[in-house]
Design a protein around this ligand. Structure first.
Ligand code: GTP
Length: 303
């Protein structure tokens, strides 16, 4: 019998590089949140992909960017933490943006946050947006700055090159027993996935900065005899005014958000869901330790 392999792969990159899209494509289920807005990923979400005898456990980290607030700092620390613990690190960059200041900053910090036993691959994403010459020049330029173990050119959205990357990852992982039951696609508690779904709908339905000033928590999850689930969530905002915006005129906005989140969760679970949303004002939630635990982040890291 062939030896099984298993290990952790960290996807790192600037916000919006396409980490969530790539993860979802590799795992084949929507476990991470994808939107057009940056910094949507706050927690270290894992997805598990099987490839032959290998089990690849993905750590989808928040984008790495210059931290300003405590929450930002905790997110960036979590991102680097994910990289340090992984067997393989994949640096994802955007083909059309090339070597940005952000990419340079990540390259400069990569040595300090990785170890010599780790393989580090480069994945140039969004190749659908540039001509092939640009792509080859970028691959060369990046490899001149750092000797990557392998370079991949992919389109996470269109699925190009993704299978090659997956095969390479599977082959490079250390030998060992699988870490999760084969049919388990994500170890993220369902409560958190449900909260992320609601947060995604809020992000899509609200404008500008507001989505970054709120957080969603699943307070209770009740399995009902008829096979449905009752899910109660609280949306925490920092100001009274924000609460009004989320509720909307006659509660229209929150109803729309609730309907969209319920439909997605119900589709994901394959059964009926009763979703109840409440909006609460907590001026200091950005500074409260327990909010960080809920998001899988360490409060201390924000200091
Ligand atoms: N054209 C093109 N767009 C892509 C591709 N991959 C991802 N995108 C888009 O890029 C945007 C960002 O993708 P995400 O997967 O959310 O990026 P992320 O790195 O997880 O972002 P954060 O969660 O903010 O860190 C989305 O609008 C995607 O649809 C690609 O191969 N080609």
């Amino acid at each position: 019998m062939a030896e099984t392999k298993a290990g952790f792969v960290a996807l790192i990159g600037e916000p919006n590089a396409g980490k969530s899209t790539l993860l979802n494509r590799m795992v084949g289920a929507k476990v991470s949140i994808v939107t057009h807005k940056v910094q949507t990923t706050r927690a270290r979400i894992r997805g598990v992909a099987m490839e032959g005898d290998s089990q690849i456990v993905f750590v989808d980290t928040p984008g790495i960017f210059k931290p300003k607030r405590r929450l930002d700092r905790a997110m960036v620390t979590a991102a680097w933490g994910g990289a340090a613990d992984a067997d393989i690190v994949v640096l994802l960059i955007e083909a059309h943006r090339g070597i940005t200041e952000g990419v340079e900053a990540i390259l400069a910090a990569l040595d300090a946050h990785s170890n010599p036993n780790q393989k580090i691959a480069l994945a140039i994403n969004k190749i659908d947006m540039v001509p092939v010459e640009t792509l080859l020049a970028l691959a060369q330029d990046m490899n001149a700055r750092r000797a990557f173990d392998e370079t991949f050119m992919i389109s996470a959205e269109k699925g190009k090159g993704v299978a090659d990357l997956r095969k390479w990852l599977a082959a490079e992982l250390p030998e060992g027993p699988w870490l999760y039951p084969e049919d388990q696609i994500a170890d993220l508690p369902m409560r958190m996935i449900a909260a992320e779904m609601t947060r995604e709908k809020l992000t899509l339905n609200l404008h500008q900065e507001l989505p970054y000033q709120l957080t969603v928590e699943t307070e209770s999850w009740e399995e009902r005899k008829d096979g449905s689930a009752r899910v109660d969530q609280v949306i925490y905002v920092t100001r009274d005014g924000h609460k009004g915006i989320i509720l909307g005129k006659g509660g229209e906005t929150i109803k729309r958000i609730s309907r969209a989140a319920r439909e997605e969760l119900s589709e994901f679970l394959g059964r009926k869901v009763h979703l109840f949303l409440q909006v609460k004002v907590r001026p200091n939630w950005l500074e409260e330790a327990e909010r960080y635990g809920e998001m899988g982040l360490d409060f201390k890291d924000g200091n």
